[in-house]
Design a protein around this ligand. Structure first.
Ligand SMILES: Nc1ncnc2c1ncn2[C@@H]1O[C@H](COP(=O)(O)OP(=O)(O)O)[C@@H](O)[C@H]1O
Ligand SMILES: [Mg+2]
Length: 219
């Protein structure tokens, strides 16, 4: 079996980490080999970069921020994502290339083509087989964030650094995600993230199973 690469994207609080856990468990239960990971932070180096980004959030320039994200991504691809895909596993990552384009590009105003070139350098051109973009309006995502437990807070940090950003920052990120989805309709699929955890999980499973079948991966 060939590997299969899934990434989860969307605003902070839309439910990515919750759905990643559910998806990984459901696929494992079907006997598939799954590796769940996240960006930033999937490697030891990435964990240090993540901690640095949280600590220095208010002082990081947009360019320094994107380069740290890319350093994390490069290490993550070479140490974790590639080897696991080569071993035939399903790799699911909480955030990947589209987060940098949406947050640092559209959100912070860095040139989109520059961010894309950096993504390409960091990943060696490795694209996901499927990207799930969770759609939830900013107000609902914000309300969910307020319900995070202590553990979820520690787990989810660096993007949480963006919580205190102005409303139009998140507007721009949201619109950036939509533009990405419009530009890459074969790869990026939107899932309505409004509804119970179970309801959203069913939507995610339907999409993933369909895509696995298309690619001939046994499920
Ligand atoms: N479908 C849902 N309905 C209600 N609350 C949810 C749902 N999905 C996740 N949550 C809760 O919302 C908060 C944010 O979810 P999380 O998965 O951490 O989002 P993200 O990883 O996208 O930032 C958590 O407290 C989580 O338990
Ligand atoms: Mg999260």
């Amino acid at each position: 079996m060939r590997g299969f690469f899934i990434t989860l994207e969307g605003l902070d609080g839309c439910g990515k980490s919750t759905q990643l856990e559910r998806l990984a468990a459901a696929l494992s239960q079907r006997g598939l080999a799954v590796l769940a990971t996240r960006q930033p932070g999937g490697t030891e180096i990435g964990t240090s970069i993540r901690a640095l980004m949280i600590q220095q959030h208010s002082r990081l320039s947009p360019v320094a921020e994107v380069l740290l994200m890319m350093a994390d991504r490069a290490q993550h691809v070479s140490d974790i994502i590639k080897p696991n895909l080569e071993a035939g596993r399903i790799v699911i990552s909480d955030r990947y290339i589209d987060s940098s384009v949406a947050f640092q590009g559209y959100g912070r105003g860095l040139e989109i083509t520059a961010v894309e070139a950096l993504n390409d350098l960091a990943t060696g051109g490795l694209l996901p087989d499927l990207t799930i973009l969770f759609e939830l309006n900013r107000e609902a995502a914000q309300a969910r964030l307020a319900t995070r437990t202590e553990k979820q807070l520690t787990d989810s940090a660096p993007m949480t650094g963006f919580d205190d950003e102005q409303h139009d920052f998140h507007q721009r990120v949201q619109q950036g995600y939509w533009q990405l989805a419009a530009r890459h309709p074969d790869r990026i699929h939107c899932v309505d993230a409004d509804g119970s955890v179970n309801e959203v999980h069913q939507r995610v499973m339907a999409l993933v199973l369909e895509r696995l079948q298309e690619l001939g991966v046994r499920s």
